[in-house]
Ligand binder design. Structure first.
Ligand code: NDP
Ligand code: GDP
Length: 326
């Protein structure tokens, strides 16, 4: 089947990755369906899709990952060739405040959608949005597919359950189900609560005189940061192979939060050191100190590699925040 005839169903389409993935699939000729949960402020729900100017090209359908009946109904109505499960309570810090909800959405939600696929259209191809947070307290200096997991938050534990359920459905029911273990990826569409976007937004506010300082937690933490646009391409590639498999998606370079701040502030001619205030409210009950991925398998099997550098991405984010705030 050519991509032109394919239907994709994306959960989490209103999030960062959902928006970029929808844009990619539309450019390949897919018919794209995205699940949206009910909100009392409908006008902010599709803000990312509007930013990318694609909202009118997508079929938005009502549903919720915690509501199996809505997923079964969508699967029956849409009959998708590919299902991308990107919906989650995705913010690590919130997962300590809402551990049960995080388990229900981020963990059990994946089983709901796997069940809906198995019951309605078991030949749909399935992508599960797994995360480098599953490596947590890292057991190897470069984390790859075979590295043992050590989750350090309710979010990571919920994602690990969803990861193993994906593998279990593949092995039990012969479903084409893949788990993409993606390291942190950012963009101008990243949520403001995540550290990169918090920093780029604050740098611009400081430059414009709207803010005087930037309060952060552990700035010695290191992350392997890539660009969401590169990473959604990997999701799609995983569903185009002869056999389903799991892949680490990363850049292979790690940087401290401190150095990432310097990139953002320097782009505006400022020195980050002059504005950062360490605030214990942003420390976490258990920290993931360092993440560094080895994407060799993805390069060999999918021909995938990250194209956009951390510097280019942070500057793009700063410029986008400047455009928004000016
Ligand atoms: P976002 O937080 O930007 O988006 C999360 C999406 O999930 C939103 O569309 C949100 O909808 C939706 N959602 C939340 N709860 C429910 C629910 N109960 N039912 C239906 N939809 C729901 O995440 P990202 O786009 O950054 O990430 C996409 C996926 O990849 C997530 O699963 C995340 O955990 C995972 N991931 C992300 C990484 C990253 O660095 N970005 C790294 C590795 C994995 P609403 O808009 O209504 O809130
Ligand atoms: P995560 O890797 O999914 O938790 O992504 P985040 O962007 O939320 O956090 C990345 C790292 O930045 C973590 O180690 C955080 O502890 C660290 N960090 C330091 N200060 C902050 C802050 O103010 N906000 C956030 N979100 N993270 C911070």
């Amino acid at each position: 089947m050519s991509d032109t005839n394919k239907k994709a169903f994306i959960t989490g389409i209103t999030g960062q990755d959902g928006a970029y993935l929808a844009q990619l699939l539309l450019s390949k000729g897919y018919e794209v369906y995205g699940m949206v949960r009910r909100s009392s402020t409908a006008e902010v729900v599709d803000v990312r899709l509007k930013w990318l100017n694609i909202v009118d090209k997508i079929h938005l359908v009502d549903g919720d990952l915690t509501d199996l009946s809505s997923l079964i109904r969508i699967m029956q109505d849409v009959q998708p060739d590919e299902v991308y499960n990107l919906a989650a309570q995705s913010f690590v810090k919130t997962s300590w405040q809402q551990p049960i909800l995080t388990g229900q959405v981020t963990g059990m939600g994946a089983t709901h959608i796997l069940e809906a696929i198995r019951l309605v259209k078991p030949d749909s191809r399935y992508y599960q949005a797994s995360t480098s947070e599953m490596f947590g307290l890292i057991q190897e200096s470069y984390q790859k597919e075979s590295t043992p997991f050590y989750p350090r938050s309710p979010y990571a534990a919920a994602k690990l359950y969803a990861h193993w359920m994906t593998i279990n459905y593949r092995e039990s029911f012969d479903m084409y189900a893949c788990s993409g273990i993606l390291f942190n990826h950012e963009s101008p569409l990243r949520g403001l609560e995540f550290v990169t976007r918090k920093v780029t937004d604050a740098a611009v506010r400081i430059k414009l005189g709207l803010q005087t300082e930037l309060r952060l937690g552990n700035i010695d933490a290191k992350r392997d940061w890539g660009h969401a646009k590169d990473y959604v391409r990997a999701m799609w590639l995983m569903l185009q192979q002869d056999k389903p498999d799991d892949f680490v998606i990363a850049t292979g370079r790690t940087t401290t939060v401190r150095d990432m701040c310097h990139i953002a502030f320097e782009h505006l001619g400022l020195n980050a050191q002059d504005y950062i205030v360490i605030d214990p409210q942003f420390f976490r009950p258990a920290e993931v100190e360092v993440l560094l991925g080895d994407p060799a398998k993805a390069k060999a099997a999918l021909g995938w590699e990250a194209k956009i550098s951390l510097e280019a991405m942070i500057c793009e984010m700063v410029d986008a925040d400047m455009q928004r705030l000016q």
